[in-house]
Design a protein around this ligand. Structure first.
Ligand SMILES: [Zn+2]
Length: 84
């Protein structure tokens, strides 16, 4: 038990910072982009954010893909994903 606690203390902070400042920035930008753009064209409800925050980490993608109408206003989602 003491051994485990020591291991956590010795975990290098640099490694965490490198991960934070490196590839995950791209992931973060993608996440922000998705949050801002995957939304209802009618009422502006943020579907991506709704999916991630309310459906949980393991179910959000399935929920988002199977989404047919806006959970807020009932607008069909057809157009929003096709426009590039
Ligand atoms: Zn809506």
């Amino acid at each position: 038990m003491i051994y485990g606690a020591l291991n956590i203390k010795e975990m290098p902070a640099e490694l965490f910072l490198v991960n934070l400042g490196g590839s995950s920035i791209i992931g973060l930008l993608g996440f922000v982009f998705a949050c801002a753009n995957i939304k209802c064209p009618e009422c502006g409800a943020k579907w991506f954010w709704l999916a991630v925050s309310e459906k949980g980490f393991r179910k959000w993608l399935f929920w988002l893909i199977s989404l047919e109408v806006c959970p807020d206003c009932g607008e069909p989602k057809n157009d929003s994903f096709e426009s590039t």
